[in-house]
Every structure is written in structure tokens, then in C-alpha cells.
Design a protein around this ligand. Structure first.
Ligand SMILES: NC(=O)c1ccc[n+]([C@@H]2O[C@H](COP(=O)([O-])OP(=O)(O)OC[C@H]3O[C@@H](n4cnc5c(N)ncnc54)[C@H](O)[C@@H]3O)[C@@H](O)[C@H]2O)c1
Length: 262
């Protein structure tokens, strides 16, 4: 069977771990070459060892616009073009309760989390838009069930995921007919997603088994999802087969939308 992303040049943020890493692996298997921006040097070194020429790694921070520009320039220099931008790097609030957090921590948590989760997506979209226009390319945002429902995180994470969906929809409107913009909304997934420092004192740490059980109980399909469970949705949106889809979110969450009251 012909690879679905043959020859595509993809720029992905947060590819050194978790969902981003699984997406990178799948995209490479489907024939793509990838440029990854991440702040984890160790994670990036492992990626390079694993994927060699199919991947190029840029160490940087999604909150700096210049780091995205560097990544896009490198993708175009090395692979000749850019077809897809995947905005994925993110951080978590650990379900910290608004009422329990001091005003000072509330404010620094807002600045830190919104800068990464929301401004990071604005920055990547802006840096890649001109190159994506040349290839009639597309953008994919990793959002979350928290972009629709409460109790997938605390107020910081939930509000940031709603904001990402707003950004995705407005961009899909403004960038049509040249560029498609869509999102994937994973449900709770077993990854190393970090709780930001200002909220750590207000959050209980949980072991992986407790986390897996809690994720299972929240979705009707009773799945403790792994990163690999979501990759098919990204491949569909990145490929030419989805040329009629824009402004949409594919939920990959074990059925959060049909969980009812039980
Ligand atoms: N794990 C879940 O339950 C879950 C559920 C729904 C959505 N998501 C979303 O999936 C995305 C990926 O998260 P994950 O769960 O794979 O976590 P992860 O921690 O395994 O991966 C996140 C990656 O982003 C990188 N990163 C974080 N901040 C960065 C910054 N400022 N600059 C550059 N790189 C940075 C990290 O180094 C890491 O490699 C996030 O947008 C997250 O909100 C996660």
C-alpha cells in the first residue's frame, strides 16, 4: 500500500515525548520527513538516534517566536518546502482547584501555562503560514477533551484548551481556501505531561496505576489511552485524503461526548 504522507515535510512542536513522539513515529512510517522543536535536549537526542535523516531536531521554546522561525527555515532549507504544521507542545495544571490556589500562584500559573499552550500555538501558526500557503498545506492542533468539557484539568488547562479550539476555528475561516486547519482532541492519556511549577504545591502526585484507573473510569469505552491510540486521526488530517475537512476537531477520547450522567 502507498504510504499516506509520502514526501511531506512536517513541522511538529513537542515531539520529544508522549503524543508528539508517537505522531512523529507514525508520520515517518507513512513516508514524511519531520522537523521537531522541543525544549528537551535528551528527548531530541533519542529521536535523532532513532530516526536519523527522517528527522531534524531544534532545541527551543515554543514561547519564543524566533525559535519557530528557525524551525520553519530549517525545514524549508533541508526538505525544500513545508506541508503541515502540528502544534502540540503543552503543559498541565494537575487539576489544581481554583479555590485552593493563592492569588499570586493563580497569576503566575496563568502567565506560564497560557504562554506555552496558547501563545505557543499562535507563534507556530504565524511562523509557518507563508510556507503552508505555497504548498496548499494544513495545520493540526493537539487540543483535548478539556476543550469541550469540565474536569479534564483545572481552570488554567481547560481555558487554554478552549482557547486553542477558538484559534483553530478562526484560522480555518481566515486561511481558507489556501490552508486547512483542524484539531485532534485526545482524552486522558498515559504520558509524562508536566504540571507547571507554580501549581505543584497545590496538586497531589499520583502513580501511573491510579492515573490509568481514573482515565478508564472517565470514558465509556473504558480505555486508559496511550499516545499511539491517537495517531490515526493526525495521519488522516495531514493527508490529502481529508482535503474537504477544515475547522473540525476529531475527538480521540473513548467517547467523552456520550458519557451521560453515570
Ligand atoms: N496526556 C494527556 O492526558 C493529554 C490529553 C489531551 C491532550 N493532551 C495534549 O497533548 C499534547 C502533548 O502532551 P503529552 O501528554 O504528550 O505530554 P509530554 O510531556 O509527554 O509531551 C510534551 C512535549 O512538549 C515539550 N514542551 C513542553 N513545554 C515546551 C516548551 N515551552 N517549548 C518546547 N517544548 C515544550 C516537552 O518537552 C515534551 O516533549 C499537549 O498539548 C497536551 O495538552 C494530553
Amino acid at each position: 500500500m502507498m504510504a499516506q504522507l509520502s514526501g511531506k515535510s512536517i513541522y511538529l512542536t513537542g515531539g520529544a515525548s508522549g503524543i508528539g513522539k508517537a505522531v512523529a513515529e507514525e508520520f515517518i512510517q507513512e513516508g514524511a520527513v519531520i522537523t521537531i522543536l522541543d525544549k528537551s535536549v535528551d528527548g531530541l537526542n533519542l529521536l535523532k538516534e532513532q530516526f536519523g535523516e527522517a528527522v531534524q531536531c531544534i532545541e527551543g521554546d515554543v514561547t519564543n517566536y524566533e525559535d519557530h522561525e528557525k524551525a520553519v527555515n530549517k525545514a524549508v532549507e533541508t526538505y525544500g518546502k513545508l506541508d503541515v504544521f502540528v502544534a502540540n507542545a503543552g503543559v498541565f495544571d494537575g487539576f489544581a482547584k481554583f479555590n485552593h490556589v493563592t492569588a499570586e500562584a493563580m497569576s503566575s500559573a496563568y502567565d506560564l501555562l497560557f504562554n506555552i499552550n496558547v501563545k505557543g500555538y499562535f507563534n507556530g501558526a504565524k511562523a509557518s503560514v507563508d510556507e503552508l500557503k505555497k504548498t496548499a498545506g494544513n495545520m493540526i492542533f493537539t487540543v483535548s477533551g478539556s476543550g469541550f468539557y469540565p474536569d479534564g484539568g483545572g481552570v488554567w488547562y481547560t481555558a487554554s484548551k478552549h482557547a486553542q479550539i477558538g484559534l483553530m476555528r478562526q484560522l480555518a475561516f481566515e486561511l481558507a481556501p489556501d490552508i486547512r486547519v483542524n484539531a485532534v482532541a485526545p482524552g486522558g492519556t498515559l504520558t509524562a505531561l508536566n504540571v507547571i511549577p507554580p501549581l505543584q504545591p497545590f496538586v497531589k502526585s499520583v502513580d501511573n496505576e491510579t492515573k490509568a484507573n481514573s482515565i478508564k473510569l472517565r470514558n465509556p469505552l473504558r480505555i486508559a489511552m496511550s499516545s499511539e491510540d491517537h495517531v490515526a486521526a493526525y495521519t488522516l488530517l495531514a493527508s490529502n485524503k481529508s482535503r474537504a475537512i477544515t475547522g473540525e476537531v476529531i475527538s480521540s477520547d473513548g467517547g467523552l461526548g456520550v458519557r451521560g450522567l453515570s
